[in-house]
Write a protein that binds this ligand. Structure first.
Ligand code: ZN
Length: 107
């Protein structure tokens, strides 16, 4: 679909939910998918405009998303040594404590 010489859309972290893909209500603890990126956490950026990545593209961009997600988790401190025990406990019930991209692997 994309011609070889056309400028490629880049994938960026969703500016609305910062890559989480959803929001958690700090008071009620309820979560809701981010409208901006339809819960993906990342959007296309093309000519300075952001648009949601369509489901049809998921397979194509899966690898890039995974790389971006690894980068994001590193920034968040998923590095073992950088994470303090009390921080882990505090995060247990937050979005940081349950990482949906980490299929059961211990962090
Ligand atoms: Zn979002």
């Amino acid at each position: 679909m994309v011609a070889a010489d056309s400028p490629k859309s880049s994938i960026v972290r969703c500016p609305s939910c910062e890559g989480f893909g959803w929001f958690v209500d700090d008071f009620g603890g309820e979560s809701a998918d981010c409208d901006w990126c339809v819960g993906l956490g990342y959007v296309y950026r093309h000519d300075g405009r952001d648009s949601a990545i369509p489901k049809a593209d998921f397979e194509t961009v899966a690898e890039e998303l995974e790389a971006l997600e690894h980068e994001r988790l590193r920034e968040l401190g998923y590095q073992g040594a950088a994470k303090k025990p009390w921080q882990q406990q505090i995060r247990t019930n937050t979005q940081l404590g349950r990482n949906p991209y980490n299929d059961g692997d211990s962090v």
